[in-house]
Design a protein around this ligand. Sequence first.
Ligand code: BYC
Length: 467
Amino acid sequence: MSTVLTDEKIPNNVNLAGDKRLQRALEAWQPQFIDWWKQMGPVGWQERDIYLRTAVSVETEGWAHFNYVKMPDYRWGIFLEPKQPDRVHGFGDNQGQPVWDEVPGEFRNMLRRLVVTQGDTEPASVEQQRMLGATAPSLYDLRNLFQVNVEEGRHLWAMVYLLHTYFGRDGREEAEELLQRRSGDSDKPRILGAFNEPTSHWLSFFMFTMFTDRDGKYQLAALAESGFDPLARTCRFMLTEEAHHMFVGETGVQRIVKRACELMKTGDVRAQGGVDLPTLQKYLNLWYSLSLDLFGGEVSSNAADAFAAGLKGRYKEDRYDEHKLIGSHFGMEVLEEGRVVHKDVPMRNALNEVLRTEYIKDCQRGVDRWNKTIREEGIDFELRLPDHKFHRQIGMWSNHRFAPSGELLDQSTWDARRGEWLPNDADETYIKSLMHPVYERGKMANWIAPPAKGINALPGDFEYVKL
Ligand code: BYC
């Protein structure tokens, strides 16, 4: 494994210095990235010292370095997991054949589309979260927000590296466009739905990092199986960083839940300035359903083609016995003549649903842990994931209305009850009214409990951000 040269302009373990043309191209993209970061990244705080983790190598031990850094000086590097000698395609039509180190011509467009779609989500999320630094509930949370932001920036670098290295001129053009689209912009929106939704307060931020970043985990894991080896190696290392983002989301919501329970024991939660559990359930419904859409249509020829080509596999492909999936089927709900029925769908076409099913199980484990907190507080309330058909905007359920229970509804019932299940204007106004910054060391906003422990074994009252 090559050592990382931290004195290079772009830290990397891909021997960038050995490819002058690529190095020049990426060094030309770097100032554009910094411009974008300053224009569309976190508002304020750019000149402050933040206690951040920086990836410095891909060694299991000691891959990250913690120190104070000003965000524009963050060392966004390019890191790929070491190449496994003799790696072969683990699935699809080429199973058992040596993996590719170059893009095969016939799959070039499909692969570029996957890389661009993945890449587009990274700057999108930074744009969505750019205002949150004004209202963080503590210095600990403020630091975590910026940690997530800079690492999404690094994930953008990871995809731009692939575009520049393997896709020639159109790759370079795509890399520029990644800095030109804008989350929520009607003329040049980000590619996927959830990445154009506003994340205008911290409850949405925690739900986003719980549910939307978790889609990232599953998509990256599926791409980590890729027979295009540079993509697989890139995504494997990205997953290392992704774990912290989901930690921020899951524990963030857990701390809000805990505080809500404490307040329930002394009176009305809202009257005491907390986030009541029924409102929290509505935001759960919203971000979970938006994130389910990110898996694409239930029956998808794109998914079948990507699997056949060996470009995108299943979550942890090696847990399965069979890797070609010809002649096998997946039993799932489908809509036929206005009715929900169970049907066997050819497995390759059902792969988006297969991945979504794994994701749902993982989300359920997180919700179970939140419910454990509620029980431990002695409160009688249960948070629930809504049915997968609820509030869908992509795929076969998107033209129909379903209750969180999964019951098919007519439009007028949906219109009448929507506000019970999804945040309404009053909820949004209330949640925003709670968002006041708390920037005293060790202090916490009233609507959220303190974290169980600090970052990098530091105490909770550590000066995570220097004011
Ligand atoms: N919104 O065959 P279909 C992350 C489009 S998150 C808008 O049903 P397919 C992160 C689709 O593009 C992980 N459009 O689905 C998290 C296609 O359009 P075209 C991101 C959508 O293609 C937090 C058409 O509908 N990574 O990393 O099998 C913070 C028919 O598509 C949506 C990836 O997504 C949608 N939700 O699957 C930071 C991995 N869904 O081509 C980062 C790469 C579908 O006909 N992407 N469409 O114009 C993929 O694997 C696939 O593109 C998708 C869609 C899974 C997204």
